[in-house]
Design a protein around this ligand. Sequence first.
Ligand code: ARG
Length: 563
Amino acid sequence: MDYKKKVAQAISKHVDMDIESIEKLIEIPPKSDMGDYAFPCFQLAKAFRKAPNMISEELASKISNEGFEKITNIGPYVNFFADKSIFTKNTIEKVLTEGDEYGSSNIGEGKTICVEYSSPNIAKPFHVGHLFTTAIGNSLYKIFKKEGYNVQGINHLGDWGTQFGKLISAYKRWGNEEALEKNAIDELLRIYVKFHDEAEKEPSLEDEGRAYFKALEDGDKEVEALWKRFRDLSLKEFERIYEIFDVKFDSYAGEAFYNDKMDVVVNELKEKNLLVESNGAQVVMLDEYNMPPCIVLKGDGASIYATRDLAAAMYRKKTYDFYKSIYVVGTPQALHFKQVFKVLELAGHEWAKDCVHVGFGLVKFADRKLSTRKGEVILLDDLIRESIDKTLEVINEKNPDLDNKEEVAKKIGVGAVVFTYLKNSREKDIVFDWKEMLSFDGETGPYVQYSYARANSILTRAGELKGNADYSKLTSKEEFELVKALEGFAKQIHLATEKLEPSIVTRYAIEVAKAFNKFYNAHSVLNLEDEELKEARLGLVKATCQVIKNSLALLGIEVVDKM
Ligand code: ARG
């Protein structure tokens, strides 16, 4: 049972508002002696023709006490004290019966959400910023799934554009087969950088690059084969990273996929009289909306990044008939998406309002500067390796006899990186600071995972649950706070979908872990005479494990049973 709904239901019998609006107003009081839920009466002043304090007094005396310990009023608030034993029993039993499904809902049933994330550029290093979009997108994907949406994960690979003409030209001139086989992205980056250096001295190289891109667009077999090879080799490298983080996509339709789908878009914009010529290019003017023009075709008639995004948006609408189409891309591209969505709107597509850019901040490091492009690629593998190694050090110190230490360190180390990405509101810049992110007692991934392992070890020591729990015996403040935290999972998931913020789930996982540790530091679980109390506490511990596991799963982080 959703207790908040129960509160809303009780209120709805006495005020002229629907349950949902009441539910939106309900607050969690800052202190537990003010009750578990509070309903502010300010909005009712007009209808009741009374001061809010008087309304709260009237409501508190009228609303039926059934299912509540008591109902009082404090100032303009009606305060509800949950009937703890019913609440506790219902919550724990619900978690234990629903298991991995706990927290799910069917809010999104019948609706499709496109989530575009990761989208690295072929032949370029996958950098720490790409890992940011990957972590956010992967988590949003799981969060929406949990609410019953049909979700489509899309990797909009940067695999098209004039740079591929340059790359082909560079490869033909300076490519080294052996190096390409060994480390494709390094080699492709090397020759790409060389192309730019050489083109400064020898400008005709640019023309050669353009000619190769033209050949690629026109379907020249040899050129296309090279492009495909670069794409495959790059993808292999990206997939290695996706495997580490257990990230999957339903579609890898990148920019190249829209090569034959742009004419239609351009023609549509022409027909709707949106295209005008500006310095030889075809653009959609957006000055009325305080934006620079959106370039659709360059002077030489070639399409660009925005053209492909217009085609992609239309394709996604046609193919998935989405309810929302989300783009997880760094905040520096905010203007680009505003332009693209505006052009769609001007072209009369009312669904343009359902396209949402989900931005995120920059990635920084506490102990080093992030500068060269070359540095970034090393940094990503380093980041993962270092996180795993440092976790291993901690394990060696704390629990040297642990079985399969490497595997545990990998899950915790990788989890710590993801957790760091998802801990704060995504628009904020994030700072990787080893000491902080790997600490077992800060607000970190390892802390939450450690709490899980701690709880899990209690269960292992206890053996099978006997099923004779008396949950009405869980009356302490710490127990009730933990139960309340467990109960709030679905609500936090929903908030995360509304704000498109995985950090809401991350913070939630931290809250549950904290509440668990407070409980466990204050009460023993195994050394108890009273069997019914012991069973009840074990049930609470088991439910806690389940909720931590489910919440970390939404972030793309696996738990470990021992650490
Ligand atoms: N490939 C681009 C980059 O690495 C990101 C693509 C973002 N998605 C989009 N639909 N434009 O910067």
